[in-house]
Design a protein around this ligand. Structure first.
Ligand code: TLP
Length: 343
């Protein structure tokens, strides 16, 4: 049976071109900063997002955690959205690794309001922790791939400048945001002091993310990466795939967005499914099961019997993610199976 895997864009595998680039990659010891392919990837990445420097890290999680370590001091508080990846899915690393406390804000469809952020900044009082960092997520995963408007990013960046608080952008899917808005990614990343973006999601590289920022910040992050065991040796082997990801895979994200929208448009017509179409902006689709006879578990197992894999978000919510291995035909087949199941 053919498997149609919507669980995540992380399941994508390296393309032929990536495999060739990996085979041919020139390598060296990157802890000595002697791997030319890693250096090239870091340079390309930094230029793309308009930052002075970048650091190749094994995962998005490590990139975010290094940003927290490098921007903050123990005992500080950071402001972040209540369903953000850093708060929800990074194993409490912010407290465990960086000794931080979180001040979460409820966003509207994942997007925090600038005035709520400003209000959450701690005043100078002997009892209070100091606010050390504001984190944004663009696109917002749990909101269903929602794009943070550039105007909001600009406002938050200004707040950061006024209060001398840095802004970190979890841009795991920031290229989806840029493609979705039809802008150069720098138009988004210029409103953050640091940005983490993933090579191993819709861009199909097998491993890795980049953390970008100014030179001093990256120098600090490099040291912390070593401390956490993320100093990789001949990492050019995997960085080579990352270069292909950045050079050749960004434009094709548009196809994932098209397929995701098509899926939403088909599924919304099925009884028992609810979708907030406002949130259908990039490559993630959240659907709510509102048929009394079904819940996420039952729908997921019926889909699985038909070779369709999706993720459970809550008792009645399911996530679909489109990526390079999902075709238009797969979308039409999935919509048909969903109709058969629910109607
Ligand atoms: N997201 C994964 C899961 O961890 C939920 C997924 O399948 O969507 N920031 C954001 C916004 C993310 O969505 C993810 C991964 C990360 C950071 C972490 O990246 P990795 O998985 O490389 O550590």
């Amino acid at each position: 049976m053919k498997i149609i895997d919507f669980r995540s864009d992380t399941i994508t595998k390296p393309t032929e071109e990536m495999r060739k680039a990996m085979y041919l990659a020139e390598v060296g010891d990157d802890v000595y900063e002697e791997d030319p392919t890693v250096k090239k990837l870091e340079e390309i990445g930094a230029n793309l997002v308009g930052k002075e420097d970048a650091l190749f890290v094994p995962s998005g999680t490590m990139g975010n955690q290094l940003a927290l370590l490098a921007h903050t001091e123990r005992g500080q508080e950071i402001i972040l959205e209540e369903k953000s990846h850093i708060f929800m899915f990074e194993v409490g690393g912010l407290a465990f690794i960086s000794g931080l406390q979180s001040k979460t804000i409820k966003g509207h469809k994942g997007i925090m309001c600038a005035s709520d952020i400003e209000r959450a900044i701690r005043v100078n009082n002997i009892h209070f922790p100091q606010t050390g960092l504001i984190c944004l997520e663009n696109t917002h995963n749990m909101a269903g791939g929602v794009i943070t408007p550039i105007e909001l990013m600009r406002k938050v960046y200004e707040i950061g400048l006024n209060y001398k608080i840095p802004i970190h952008l979890d841009g795991a899917r920031v290229f989806n945001a840029a493609v979705g808005l039809g802008v150069d990614v720098k138009e988004i990343t210029k409103y953050s002091d640091s940005v983490m973006f993933c090579l191993s999601k819709g861009l199909c590289a097998p491993v890795g993310s980049l953390l970008a920022g100014d030179k001093k910040f990256i120098e600090k992050a490099r040291k912390y990466r070593k401390m956490l065991g993320g100093g990789m040796r001949q990492a050019g082997i995997i960085a080579a795939a990352g270069i292909v990801a950045l050079e050749n895979m960004i434009d094709r994200l548009e196809e994932d967005h098209y397929n995701n929208r098509l899926l939403a448009e088909k599924l919304i017509n099925i009884n028992g499914i609810q979708i907030d179409m406002d949130t259908v902006q990039t490559n993630i689709l959240m659907i709510d099961i509102v048929n009394k006879n079904y819940n996420a578990d039952t729908v997921i197992s019926l889909l699985k019997e038909n070779g369709i894999y999706v993720s459970k978000i809550s008792d009645y919510k399911i996530r679909f993610v489109t990526h390079m291995y999902i075709s238009k035909e797969d979308i039409l087949y999935t919509a048909k199976i969903m109709k058969d199941i629910l109607e």
